[in-house]
Design a binder for this molecule. Structure first.
Ligand code: ES4
Ligand code: ZN
Length: 326
């Protein structure tokens, strides 16, 4: 069996994917036309050609511009339904989707429009593919604590449909501690908690996410390597890291995949997973992230199977809650 087929056949969970980051330019243009929304580029080809990023912010500027094409409940359904088709083809049996309500409510799209469309696609994916899923509401860290609390207020009537909270967007200058009270309130409400940390930000942000926000997983976390004590702690506590190798290269965290620290972190005993982050922008869905990383770093099939197993163990559902026939 070739490597690609081997990877697709591994049952895996995707734990770090921003649903707005799965918006392929073709769908972006179709939705923009349907909704009469202006996009910054004239064509699908011009849009793809612009996906040449120098850092996180240069990507986020395009990501937020593209998200403006999403307006109606059906748009959010179409977006997530397209993701689930690709995820199913990649052997994903469980997906925990990040969504950024503030990106949409700021433009006048109702919180319920976003949630209803995404949730309908989650139910549809379970029925069509047997994929289980959860929704994780991400707070935009470049916005204020008060704006975060206002978003939580909007989420309150829907907490049965929201499984956890996360923290994303521009990392530098927005340390996790800025959201200490917001995350404390979310945890009181019984929500799971994760945070992006140590993607572009320093290792101290990873420590803060663990100690101040009390998150259960770290999204990215690759800069932990600059702090030996932190690496030792992450290994000892088996804190899952949701690593996104193709994202890290596209956003210049590492110059080339061959230089990624994934193998070193794995050999240090960390509980690592492989994920796609924003696959429409970064050049590959989850299976491509596994395959390209395996080729670049000479990961064995046994190591890939361990990584897929880690993803199931690090998810927020038990084996019993996942589709039992998978
Ligand atoms: C993101 Cl790669 C990345 N980092 C931080 N925030 C994000 N939102 C969407 N993709
Ligand atoms: Zn991310």
């Amino acid at each position: 069996m070739d490597l690609d087929a081997y990877v697709r056949a591994l049952p895996k969970a995707e734990l770090h994917v921003h649903i707005e980051g799965t918006l392929e330019p073709e769908l972006m243009f179709a939705l923009a036309r349907r909704n009469g929304v202006a996009l910054p580029y004239a064509s699908v080809e011009e849009t793809r050609a612009a996906y040449d990023f120098s850092d996180l912010q240069s990507f986020l500027d395009l990501y937020y511009a593209g998200a403006a094409a999403l307006v109606d409940e059906q748009d959010f359904f179409d977006l997530a339904a397209a993701y689930f088709e690709r995820a199913h083809a990649d052997g994903v049996v469980h997906a925990e989707l990040f969504f950024d309500p503030q990106t949409h409510t700021e433009r006048g799209v109702a919180f319920e429009t976003v949630l209803d469309g995404l949730e309908r696609a989650c139910r549809d994916a379970r029925a069509r593919f047997g994929i289980s899923s959860r929704l994780i509401l991400c707070f935009l860290r470049h916005l204020s604590e008060a704006e975060g609390f206002a978003t939580l207020e909007q989420a309150m009537p829907h907490l049965a449909r929201i499984h956890g909270v996360g923290l994303d967007s521009s990392e530098r200058g927005h340390p996790p501690a800025k959201f200490e009270r917001l995350f404390a309130r979310c945890r009181e409400l019984g929500l799971h908690a994760v945070a992006h940390a140590g993607e572009e930000g320093p290792p101290a942000y990873i420590v803060e996410a663990l100690d101040v926000l009390q998150v259960e997983r770290i999204d990215h976390g690759v800069r932990c390597e600059e702090d030996a004590a932190l690496v030792e702690r992450l290994a000892r506590e088996q804190v899952p890291l949701t690593v996104c190798p193709l994202s890290n290269v596209k956003l210049c965290v590492f110059e080339r995949l061959e230089q990624h620290n994934f193998r070193r972190l794995m050999e240090a005993g960390l509980k690592l997973t492989i994920n796609s982050d924003d696959p429409a922008y970064f050049g590959g869905y989850v299976a491509k992230n596994y395959v390209d990383t395996a080729r670049a770093l000479e990961l064995t099939r046994a190591e890939l199977a361990r990584i897929a197993r880690n993803s199931l163990e690090a998810s927020f559902v038990s084996d019993a809650e996942r589709a039992p026939w998978l």
